[in-house]
Design a protein around this ligand. Structure first.
Ligand code: AMP
Length: 430
């Protein structure tokens, strides 16, 4: 039996893969570290929630009629007969956790970030996987459009810091559930006379979730929707002011944006601000990330009326773009500084090597040795493969003299260093 990873789920590997260089853990860590650093600068703290939640939480919050809930969730029954779901997104779990631990009452404005895995049973393709990672933030407790601008700015700052600068920021306002109801009626009235001309998906959405008709890639549907009513014309006064202020704050912060009247998002819980960051190098799956305001979600999840806004940025798509653009990341050096090679009488040199290795590592220096080969040349080759900068040559002769041969792998110079001094010598180099 030959096993492979489940379809459309990726392994991220300890060495740069030949084929998909973006699936390299060192690169992922560099990107995650940047995200954490930007979040720290903006005053966001990390939240971690379980991979599993009660199924009801997602049904309730994301909406039964959405693609995610109706056909994409990894849901199963526990041995105890409870229905659990692997989280398809990070917002509802964050809301649930904050409610459960009373964070809203202690922190009137709560700024959170997370790095988490999501699971959606999607039709997989490049950039669209069944397990994907999101870098996300959520802010609870603020209605000020300045926080909408901050959240968006944080996302853009993250991309700028890692070197992705050719993306477009699209914004829209989806209003309140009340203003949206009037818009939906207008949209249905507009589409109804030509409904038969829409794609099958368009027709289905007309029935189930008409707002989602706007979010189509079908060229025919797009043509039909050309003169469709626009959300912005149906906004209530408060939402209109909110949207205008957001635009002026973004301009103040120097964040370029465009208004996309067809921008709606895949979850039912959004209110007012919706935004998406679109990459130019991603082919069909062009959304790098997106988010929006969800002022009714906390209440929907059983909490007090609490406004909220957040985003999720797709990690895989970010890595793919970095790869396409050939952007080098400041990855940490995982090569050992020193590598011990032994030669001579095994019973004598190997215990000495084990002891020396322990001392060096205890001093905070990365070091290694070869556990497989006995021949000196083979050990040295392993050191080269791992990119060790120094060889520590430990043979019978060296041990008798109480020294170790310190060989610089770049210059090939070698000199004896007393065993008692080697740790401090390496500390001087590191
Ligand atoms: P969403 O949670 O659907 O708003 O998605 C936010 C971001 O996550 C998207 O813009 C994508 O970058 C990424 N994303 C969503 N679904 C997937 C997926 N199935 N595979 C890879 N990335 C995804």
């Amino acid at each position: 039996m030959k096993y492979s990873a489940p379809p459309y789920m990726n392994d991220v590997l300890p060495f740069p893969p030949v084929k998909d260089a973006w699936l390299h853990t060192a690169r992922w860590r560099a990107v995650e570290a940047t995200f954490r650093e930007v979040c720290r600068r903006y005053g966001y703290r990390e939240i971690r929630t379980p991979i599993l939640e009660h199924t009801e939480l997602f049904k309730r919050s994301i909406g039964e009629a959405t693609d995610i809930v109706s056909k994409e969730m990894f849901t199963f029954e526990t041995r105890g007969g409870k229905s659990l779901t692997m989280k398809p997104e990070g917002t509802a779990p964050a809301v649930r956790a904050c409610l459960e631990h009373g964070l809203f009452s202690d922190h009137p404005v709560l700024k959170l970030y997370y790095v988490g895995q999501n699971f959606r049973y999607e039709r997989g393709q490049k950039g669209r996987y069944r397990q994907h990672q999101q870098l996300g933030v959520e802010v609870f407790g603020a209605v000020d459009p300045a926080i909408d601008a901050e959240v968006i700015q944080l996302a853009m700052e993250f991309y700028r810091t890692i070197g992705i600068t050719d993306q477009a920021l699209k914004i829209n306002s989806v209003g309140t559930p009340q203003s949206r109801a009037a818009f939906l009626e207008a949209l249905r009235d507009y589409a109804r006379p030509h409904l038969a001309d829409y794609s099958q998906e368009g027709q289905q959405r007309f029935e189930l979730n008409a707002l989602r008709m706007l979010d189509t890639k079908d060229q025919g549907d797009l043509r039909l929707l050309e003169n469709a009513p626009r959300l912005v014309d149906y906004l209530d006064d408060e939402s209109k002011v909110h949207f205008e202020k957001l635009q002026s704050y973004l301009a103040e912060a120097g964040v370029a944006f465009e208004i996309d009247h067809r921008l709606v998002r895949g979850f039912d819980y959004y209110t007012r601000t919706a935004f998406e960051i679109v990459g130019t190098n991603l082919g069909a799956q062009s959304a790098l990330g997106g988010g929006g305001r969800y002022d009714g979600l906390v209440e929907e999840c059983g909490g007090p009326s609490t406004p909220g806004i957040g985003f999720g940025l797709g990690m895989e798509r970010c890595m793919l773009v970095l790869d396409t653009l050939g952007i080098q990341l400041p990855v940490d050096d995982e090569s050992p500084l020193a590598f011990i090679v032994t030669l001579g009488e095994e019973a004598k040199v190997r215990p000495a090597a084990v002891r020396l290795l322990a001392e060096i590592r205890a001093a905070g220096i990365s070091a290694d040795m070869d556990y497989r080969y006995k021949k000196f040349g083979q050990q040295a080759r392993t050191a080269d493969d791992l990119g060790a900068r120094y060889l520590l040559v430990l043979g019978d002769g060296e041990l008798d003299r109480g020294v170790v041969g310190l060989r610089n792998q770049t210059t090939k110079d070698q000199r004896d260093v007393p065993l008692t001094d080697i740790v401090s010598e390496l500390q001087g180099i590191a």
